[in-house]
Every structure is written in C-alpha cells, then in structure tokens.
Design a protein around this ligand. Structure first.
Ligand SMILES: Cc1cc2nc3c(=O)[nH]c(=O)nc-3n(C[C@H](O)[C@H](O)[C@H](O)COP(=O)(O)OP(=O)(O)OC[C@H]3O[C@@H](n4cnc5c(N)ncnc54)[C@H](O)[C@@H]3O)c2cc1C
Length: 459
C-alpha cells in the first residue's frame, strides 16, 4: 500500500478523510445510531473532564490552569538548583505557597465559608477533589506538588480529631492562606528506626517507639526525632505522633507542635533523588512542652488518627502517579512526533505506536481505578492501598518506557522525562512502601479470609 505524505497521516493509518477512516465510517451511520455511538477525536483530557459533574470539572480545569501557570515554569530550575539547608530562606518556594494559598489550593478540603472548597462539592468525597488536584499538580511538577499536598496531609489529623479547637485552628490557617500569608502544616510519623512499623499494625506491635511523651503538669513533654517529614522545614505547625512514656505503640498520641516551641529544631533536610522543591526534614524534639490544648484527639488515640489519615491520603498518592504517567506519556509522544530516525519520524514506527498505546492505556486504567475508589463517600482501605501500589507501579513503568523511547535524550534534564522518572519513584516509597500497601489489602480482607477458613481450618 502507498504511504501517504507525512502531514496527512501517521504511518500505518489511513488519513482522517479517507472513506475507510473511523471518522468517515461513523459519519456514515444512521442518525438513530448516534445516541449509541459517536466518533469524537477530541483531547483525551477534555473527554475525561466531561465525565465529571460540572463543579468537579470546573475544579479540575482551574487546578490545571494554576499548575501550568505557577508550577510548570519552575519545575526544572528548582530541581537543578543546589541543595540548601533548612535555615536558608526559600523565596521561590514561599512565592508558590502564597500563590497556592490565594488560589484556594491550601484550603479546599473544607467548603466555603470554612475553607475555599466549592460548597457544591461538599457531598463529594474529599478523596476525589484531592485526587483531581494531585494529578494536575504532579503533571506540572512533582516537587511543588508535594509541597502543596504535604500541607493537606498535615491538616488531616486535625480534621479527623473532630475537636472544635483544632477545627477553629484549621479555619484560621485557611483564612491566612487565602490572604496569601500561608500557615503550613506537616504530618510526622516516621522515625529513624521506623517507617513501615508506624504504618501497619503487626510491625507496630513489636516496635519500641522512638518519640516519647512524658506527662507533666498542664500537658506533655516530647523528646525524640522524626525523619523524612515533607514540608517539615517550612511548616508553622507539625502534628507529631508520640508514645506515652513507658508504653508501646498502642499509646500513640498526636500532638500539635509549633515550630517556635522551645526545644524544637529542624536538624536538616535531605538531598533526595526527586521532588526536590519539597524539603524532607529531620525534626529534633528536645523536651518540647505541648499544653493539653495541643493534643490532637484523645490520649492513646493517635494510632486511629494515623491509620485514618493514611487511608485518606493514599488515593491522592495514586493520583500523583497518574499525573506523572500522563506527563511522561505526553513528553514521549511529543518527542516521537519531532524526532527523526533516519528520514522517518519516530511516531511512524509501528512498535513506537504500540509502546505509546500501552502507556496511554495503562495511564487511563490507573486513573479509572483512582476515580472509582475516590467516588465512594469514604474510601475503603483495600481500594486506597491497592490504588496506591498499583498506580505508583504503573507510573514508574510508564516513566521507564518514556525513558526508553527518548534514548539518549532521556538523560537530558531539559527533556523533563528523567525528572519524572526520579519523582515518580518516590511515590512507590512514601505513604507506606508498596509492599506495606499490598499487605494493607490483605489486612483489610482478613475477616473475610478467616470466614472462608472457618472453624475447621483450611479445607
Ligand atoms: C520523599 C519522602 C517523603 C516522605 N514524607 C513523609 C512525611 O511527610 N511524614 C512522615 O511521617 N513520613 C514521610 N516519609 C516516610 C515514608 O513514609 C517512609 O519512608 C516509608 O514508609 C518507608 O519507610 P522505611 O524507609 O523506614 O522502610 P522500612 O520500614 O525500613 O522498610 C524497608 C523495606 O522493608 C520492607 N518491609 C517492611 N516491613 C515489611 C513487611 N512486614 N513485609 C514485607 N516487607 C516489609 C519495606 O517495604 C521496604 O522495602 C517520606 C518518605 C519519603 C521518601
């Protein structure tokens, strides 16, 4: 068969106007068939957005606009700049936080007038709006996405505590964010000797907690270290989880620690492989006094708040990976259109088309998994954990395939693909490693597994 000129068709396909093309074929169907099937070769992002209820579609559009305007231009410069210590002021990052605050992206978990969320979305699950947000931000830049989203993670325990004083504190912080004077929160569970052991019950049962809370008149004194705390370097207040003195993990209690508290110090930030615009901080607590009003939830109520926070935050992490997969696929597709191998465009090689089709399908399936789970009013543990490990594995796989397609060009910083490849790898580790999330699926099914086994043991 004669190949068409390049501008009319991609190799191996008939031109859009050809009688054998899907466009012409579907045009030839009866009008009565239109309600059943139509051919709409529009932008896939627009097609997905059109499936959302109008307020969610508007929200998705608004966040994308913000991400492309404020985050995308800084993605490469912030990634490439030298690592700096926690004491050096970070003007660029502060500027982005101020813009995010004014745009309502630091305060949209709660509806107006409490936060900046659209009241029509109040009945939508929090996970859905946060998933839409993280996909859009991650598609523009992983580091600044984490900077913005770590704040929501820090706020979540306060909302989950159900305590009026903390709700008031959140609303005050939201007001300040919307004025462009961000008050930022962080979530601190990880300790030098425990990442997984503070995220799943079996490990926690045998773990000797590192951060301890000693009861004193009027409150508690906290001592120990937390590590890898996203945004811990900038946060005004940090929700720190600590075990009561002399007790184990079942005594875990959450405390709100202001960065100005005496004995609190940001010891360092890590130079890490990806998401560099967001600091991963080591926090030192040396006999830090937290008054009774700073306790978040009941004494020994920390484990419940921690697990609930993780259940809420794992879907947005899955959505981050969808954003990375989408961005990697877009970049690979752009490259395949502009790069020539010999005299042919890369896109004209059929195995490149097969590769891109797989990347598109994997991303689409991952997004469908996130949206399906996030549409529930309350996320299910097995669905959130499954989406977290599956979508982040998909994200990493798609980024690797994009690296393969770009060849030498993949290693060039300016092409952005290697940055996505580094950024997405982090999503397989934080919010529980993917192994721990796999175990969380089985943990959630434990009662039904035991019911299958029954009293008489395995059949
Ligand atoms: C960029 C970044 C940001 C982060 N942000 C935060 C934050 O904001 N707040 C916070 O508190 N923490 C944060 N963390 C910490 C993060 O949640 C932990 O790093 C993560 O849970 C892994 O912990 P670990 O390295 O201690 O793994 P470990 O628990 O030491 O695990 C080591 C290995 O053993 C495996 N493993 C452990 N237990 C089991 C088991 N029972 N069965 C099978 N395999 C197992 C793990 O999967 C892993 O492969 C962040 C980490 C990173 C990298």
């Amino acid at each position: 068969m004669r190949e068409l000129p390049e501008r009319h068709a991609v190799a191996g396909h008939v031109a859009a106007g050809d009688p054998l093309s899907p466009r012409r074929a579907f045009d030839g169907l009866s009008r009565l068939a239109r309600p059943l099937i139509r051919y709409r070769p529009e932008d896939p992002w627009e097609q997905d957005t059109a499936t959302l209820p109008a307020p969610l579609a508007r929200y998705r559009r608004r966040v994308r606009g913000f991400a492309e305007r404020e985050l995308a231009p800084l993605a490469l410069p912030l990634d490439a700049r030298p690592h700096h210590g926690p004491d050096e002021p970070d003007h660029e990052v502060r500027r982005v936080l101020r813009a995010a605050g004014r745009a309502g992206l630091l305060s949209d978990p709660l509806p107006r007038p409490l936060g900046a969320g659209d009241p029509r979305l109040a009945l939508t699950s929090l996970a859905m709006t946060q998933a839409l947000k993280t996909e859009e931000l991650a598609a523009a830049d992983g580091g600044l996405m984490l900077l913005i989203c770590a704040h929501s993670l820090g706020i979540t325990p306060l909302l989950l505590s159900g305590e009026l004083r903390h709700l008031r504190r959140v609303v005050r912080a939201y007001r300040a964010c919307e004025r462009g004077e961000p008050q930022v929160f962080a979530f601190a569970i990880t300790e030098p000797a425990a990442g997984s052991d503070v995220e799943e019950g079996h490990g926690a049962a045998g773990y000797r907690p590192g951060v301890r809370a000693r009861p004193v008149p009027g409150g508690h004194r906290l001592s120990g270290r937390k590590v890898f705390i996203s945004g811990g370097d900038l946060a005004d207040e940090i929700v720190v989880f600590a075990a009561l003195e002399g007790e184990g993990m079942a005594s875990w209690t959450a405390f709100l620690v202001p960065r100005t508290a005496s004995g609190f110090r940001v010891a360092r930030t890590e130079l890490k492989m990806g998401m560099r615009a967001s600091g991963a901080a080591e926090l030192e607590l040396a006999d830090v006094f937290v008054p009774a009003a700073g306790r978040v939830g009941p004494l020994r109520g920390g484990w419940a708040i921690n697990r609930a926070t993780l259940n809420l935050s794992r879907l947005p992490v899955a959505a981050m990976a969808v954003g990375f997969a989408r961005a990697a696929t877009d970049l690979a597709l752009d490259f395949a259109c502009r790069f020539r191998l010999g005299r042919r465009r890369l896109i004209d090689f059929q195995d490149v088309q097969l590769e891109l089709a797989d990347m598109i399908a994997e991303t689409q399936a991952a997004r469908a998994m996130v949206w399906a789970a996030a549409r529930r009013p309350q996320p299910l543990q097995r669905e959130s954990a499954a989406a977290k490990f599956h979508c982040t594995d998909v994200g990493a796989r798609v980024a690797t395939r994009a690296m393969d397609l770009l060849g030498n060009h993949a290693v060039l910083h300016r092409e952005r693909v290697e940055k996505i490849f580094r950024d997405v790898r982090l999503t397989q580790i934080f919010e529980g490693t993917n192994q721990i999330n796999r175990l969380a699926v089985i943990e959630d099914l434990q009662e039904s597994i035991l019911a299958r086994i029954g009293d008489g043991g395995p059949r």
